[in-house]
Design a protein around this ligand. Structure first.
Ligand code: PEP
Ligand code: MG
Length: 605
C-alpha cells in the first residue's frame, strides 16, 4: 500500500479535487469522515460602537460571562464519562480564566470608558493575546489560543449565538480555525471521528483532549481555508500530520482498507494481552506504563500492567489553582501505590519549568529548556520539594512498592542535596510521629552531562531511567516542541543510539538497572533496538504496549543484539530506520514499521 501525497492531485482554493494539507500530528490514528466546520464568534470583526448605557453594557457582559461558565460546566458534565479526571480539569482551567480578574476588570474598565461590551471584550482579549504571542515559546503560544477561546465563548453569548449547535454527520470531522473544549464536547462522542484545526499545536488543550479521547487530530494546518469545507469527505492522518480533502474513490478505498487492517490487527493484539513480553528464546523484559495525564480509571486497567515506569507528578500540580498540600499529595500517591501493589511504581518528583510551567508560578526565561527546570527548580524551592518528599515517604509506608526518580539531573551534587532532603523529610516525619518508609531512588538520564556521571551517581541511587525525549533534544540541540526543527529531532540519530548504548554499559558496569521511559520505548522499531542493547525495562504510553509486546515476542534476544550491533555501525538515521524496518518486515511485522502509512487504534492492555 503506497499512501502519500504523491497519490493526490494538489489543488488550491477550492475542494473539487483532492487537496493534501500538511500540519502537525497532535493525536495519532486515521479517521475518515465528513467535515463539519465550526465558525467561531469573530473577535476581530466587531464594529466600533459607543456604549449608550454603560450600566446596561456591563450587566450584559456579566450575564455573558455567567452563561459561558454554565456552558463549560455542562460540557464538563457531558464529557465526564469519556475523559479522565486530569483532562476534565482543563474545563476548570477555562472556567478559572472566565473568572480571571484581569480579563473582567479590563473589559469593565473599557465599558466604563465608553466602549460597548463586545468591543471592550474584543480589545481586552486581543491585548492579553498579544502579550502571550510576543513570547516565542510554543507553550505560551498555546496559552494565547486558550485566551482567544475563552473570549469567543463570552462573545458568542454576547451575540446570543449558541456555539457549534446543530446536528452532526456520522464520522464527523470537526474543523475550525481554533476549536474550543465546548465545541468538541458538543459533538456526541460516538459521532466524533477526528479533529482538524488551522491553528494550534500538540501542546494545546485541544490536542491533549483529542489524545485522551483517542481521536485522530491534525492541527497547525495553516494552508487550510475554512471556505467551502462543509460536507467534504476528508481523511485525517493523525500519524503523519496530514489531511486529504476530497480523496478520490480509489484513495478512499485504500484508506478504508488501512483502517480495516488496523481493526483486524487490534483484534489480534488483544489476544496478546495475557501473555508476557518475552523473546522467542525466553528472555522477559518488563513493560511498564507512563501515566500522570490522560490515565484511564486505574483500578480497572492496573491489573493488566506490570507496573508504572513513570508517573509524572507535574500534571497534578498543573491542573490546580494552588500548590497541592502534603495531605492531598499523600492521598494521590498512596492510592496509586495501593492500586498497583505489589507491582513497582516509579513516581517522578515535580518536573516543572519549560513547557510544563505551573499556572500559579510564573517563570520568565529566554531559554526555558536550558533554564529553571526539574530538579533545579525543586532544589531552589525546598519548601515545595520537602512537602512532596514527605508525602511520598508517608505514602510508601507498609506498601514499599514506591521508587522515586529525579528529573533533569545534570550534576552529582543535585542528588547529594536531594538525598539530604529525603533524610530530613524522614527525620521530621519520625519526630512528628508519622509513619514513613524510604523508597528506592533513581536518576533520570536525560541531560548529556549525567551520562558521564553514572559511576558517581551509582554510589547514590539504586537505578537509572533514560528520558529519551529530553536526551535527544539536548544531545542534538533540537527543541522538542518547535515544529520548525522537527525534521532534525530523531531519537534514531546515530549519536542518540550510541549514547544509549554507552549509558547501558556504564550502568551495568556499576550493577545498576537502566530502563527507558521516553517516547522511544513505545515505538516498536526502537524497542527492538533497545532490547538488543540490553535495556532492563521499557515504559510507555499504555496504547503502545501491545505493539511493543508483539515485537518482543517475535525476535530472539540474540537477533535483537545482532540488529542493534549493526545499527551502531550505521552513520545516519535513515540507514538505522531502514535496518530496523527491514528486521520488522522480515519478521512479518510490516504493519509496525516506523513511518508506515497506517496507524492503528489505541490498544490498552
Ligand atoms: C523524557 O524526557 O524522555 C521524559 C520521559 O520526560 P518528559 O517527557 O516528561 O520530559
Ligand atoms: Mg524529560
Amino acid at each position: 500500500m503506497a499512501l502519500g501525497c504523491s497519490n493526490f492531485r494538489q489543488a488550491g482554493g477550492n475542494y473539487n479535487e483532492t487537496v493534501v494539507i500538511r500540519g502537525i500530528s497532535c493525536s495519532p490514528g486515521i479517521a475518515i469522515g465528513i467535515i463539519t466546520p465550526v465558525e467561531p464568534a469573530k473577535l476581530h470583526s466587531i464594529p466600533d460602537h459607543k456604549a449608550i448605557d454603560r450600566d446596561a453594557e456591563e450587566a450584559v457582559f456579566q450575564v455573558a460571562v455567567t452563561m459561558a461558565k454554565q456552558e463549560l460546566r455542562s460540557s464538563r458534565e457531558r464529557m465526564s464519562t469519556h475523559l479522565p479526571r486530569e483532562v476534565l480539569a482543563l474545563f476548570d482551567v477555562y472556567i478559572l480564566m472566565l473568572d480571571s480578574g484581569k480579563l473582567n476588570s479590563e473589559t469593565i474598565a473599557r465599558i466604563r470608558a465608553g466602549q460597548w461590551a463586545r468591543d471592550a471584550l474584543s480589545d481586552s482579549i486581543r491585548e492579553l493575546v498579544r502579550v502571550f504571542e510576543r513570547i516565542e515559546d510554543p507553550y505560551i503560544a498555546a496559552k494565547a489560543e486558550d485566551i482567544r477561546n475563552v473570549g469567543r465563548h463570552i462573545l458568542s453569548h454576547l451575540q446570543r449565538e449558541a456555539p457549534a449547535a446543530g446536528s452532526y454527520p456520522k464520522r464527523c470531522i470537526l474543523a475550525g480555525t481554533e476549536l474550543s473544549l465546548a465545541e468538541i464536547s458538543s459533538v456526541p462522542r460516538d459521532l466524533l471521528a477526528g479533529i482538524i484545526c488551522r491553528n494550534g499545536s500538540a501542546l494545546s488543550h485541544i490536542a491533549i483532549m483529542a489524545r485522551a479521547l483517542g481521536i485522530p487530530a491534525v492541527m497547525g494546518l495553516t494552508d487550510l481555508s475554512m471556505d467551502d469545507l462543509e460536507g467534504c469527505n476528508v481523511v485525517v492522518d493523525g500519524n503523519q500530520g496530514s489531511i486529504y480533502i476530497n480523496p478520490s474513490p480509489s484513495d478512499l478505498v485504500e484508506f478504508e482498507q488501512c483502517l480495516l487492517e488496523g481493526q483486524a490487527m487490534s483484534a489480534q493484539l488483544e489476544m496478546l494481552s495475557d501473555l508476557p513480553a518475552e523473546t522467542t528464546d525466553g528472555v522477559r523484559i518488563p513493560l511498564l506504563v507512563n501515566i500522570g495525564i490522560g490515565a484511564d480509571d486505574l483500578s480497572i486497567t492496573a491489573p493488566k500492567y506490570e507496573g508504572v515506569g513513570l508517573y509524572r507528578t507535574e500534571f497534578f500540580f498543573i491542573s490546580r489553582k494552588t500548590l497541592p498540600t502534603e495531605d492531598e499529595q499523600y492521598r494521590l500517591y498512596r492510592n496509586l501505590l495501593q492500586t498497583f501493589l505489589p507491582k513497582p511504581v516509579i513516581i517522578r518528583t515535580l518536573d516543572t519549568g519549560a513547557d510544563k510551567a505551573l499556572p500559579f508560578f510564573s517563570i520568565n526565561e529566554a531559554n526555558p529548556f536550558l533554564g529553571w527546570r526539574g530538579i533545579r527548580f525543586t532544589l531552589d524551592h525546598p519548601e515545595i520539594f520537602l512537602t512532596q518528599l514527605r508525602a511520598l515517604l508517608r505514602a510508601n509506608f507498609g506498601l514499599d512498592n514506591l521508587q522515586v526518580i529525579f528529573p533533569m539531573i545534570s550534576r552529582v551534587s543535585e542528588i547529594d542535596e536531594t538525598v539530604d532532603l529525603i533524610e530530613r523529610a524522614y527525620q521530621e516525619l519520625m519526630a512528628e510521629g508519622h509513619t514513613a518508609t524510604k523508597p528506592q531512588l533513581g536518576a533520570m538520564i536525560e541531560v548529556p552531562s549525567a551520562v558521564y556521571s553514572i559511576a558517581a551517581l551509582s554510589e547514590r541511587v539504586d537505578f537509572f531511567s533514560i528520558g529519551t525525549n529530553d536526551l535527544t533534544q539536548y544531545l542534538l540541540a533540537v527543541d522538542r516542541n518547535n515544529p520548525r526543527v522537527q525534521g532534525f529531532y530523531d531519537n534514531l540519530h546515530p549519536a542518540v543510539i550510541h549514547v544509549i548504548h554507552d549509558i547501558v554499559a556504564r550502568a551495568h558496569c556499576q550493577k545498576k538497572t537502566v530502563g527507558v521511559c521516553g517516547e522511544m520505548a513505545g515505538d516498536p522499531a526502537s524497542a527492538l533496538l533497545l532490547l538488543g542493547m540490553g535495556v532492563d525495562s521499557l515504559s510507555m504510553n499504555p496504547s503502545s504496549l501491545a505493539r511493543v509486546k508483539w515485537t518482543i515476542r517475535s525476535f530472539t534476544k540474540q537477533q535483537a543484539q545482532v540488529i542493534s550491533g549493526q545499527a551502531l555501525t550505521v552513520e545516519n538515521e535513515t540507514g538505522i530506520v531502514d535496518l530496523l524496518n527491514n528486521a520488522l518486515l522480515e519478521a512479518g511485522l510490516g504493519v509496525l514499521i516506523r513511518g508506515g502509512p497506517c496507524v492503528y487504534p489505541d490498544l490498552r492492555h
